[in-house]
Design a protein around this ligand. Structure first.
Ligand code: GAR
Length: 189
């Protein structure tokens, strides 16, 4: 089975969906380690729940993005990670990390790329007034939210939606497509 690492900054609901898919036998993989950068990220508790080691790499302790990425690479190598899963990792990565894992880093973004790249994507789409948005699993590239698309799900925006309603509907789809996308991508390796 492929050895994964999950990088998360916040709640970690995608981490949980992936760990659950592995537990349920829907994804033949193992999460060797979770790396998180915000000391109070709920992702840490979710990792603990699944018995996965969680390591804090606080970006505030590093003098540059490169230094942060080097620390991450050290951990990834130490755990013999083959595929890196970014699940709400809210740091811009450097070429060093991409070169250490060429075509082996996946990310999830809460819009139908190439629309609404960057931050606050759900809000951007909501404010723009699109009637369909969604989520995208893609390969990581240096330019943010621009790598090869692996899988997408479309999500309707309903007339009575609040931003929170839309966010929930998108996250439901994220939790479905991310484990599927990982399984499909692994099968091509
Ligand atoms: C997800 O909705 C993901 O698409 C988004 O952060 C959320 C993390 O949720 N990622 C980005 O916005 C990347 N720019 P989670 O911590 O509950 O998995």
């Amino acid at each position: 089975v492929k050895v994964l690492a999950v990088l998360a900054s916040g709640s970690g609901s995608n981490l949980e969906a992936i760990a659950q898919a592995i537990h349920d036998g829907k994804l033949q993989a193992k999460i060797a380690v979770v790396i998180y950068n915000e000391p109070d990220a709920f992702a840490r508790q979710r990792a603990e729940k699944f018995g996965i080691p969680a390591i804090l790499v606080n970006h505030r302790d590093y003098k540059s993005r490169k230094a942060l990425d080097l620390a991450i690479i050290d951990i990834l190598k130490q755990y013999h990670v083959e595929l890196v899963i970014m699940a709400g990792w809210m740091r811009i990565v450097t070429q060093i990390l991409i070169d250490a894992f060429p075509e082996r880093i996946l990310n999830i973004h809460p819009s139908l790329l190439p629309s609404f790249k960057g931050i606050h994507s759900i809000e951007q789409a909501f404010n723009y007034g699109v009637k369909i948005t969604g989520c995208t699993v893609h390969l990581l590239s240096l330019e943010v939210d621009s790598g090869k698309i692996i899988k997408q799900a479309a999500v309707p925006v309903l007339p009575e939606d609040s931003l929170a309603d839309l966010q929930k509907r998108i996250q439901v789809q994220e939790h479905i497509i991310y484990p599927e996308a990982i399984a499909e991508y692994i099968s091509t390796l």
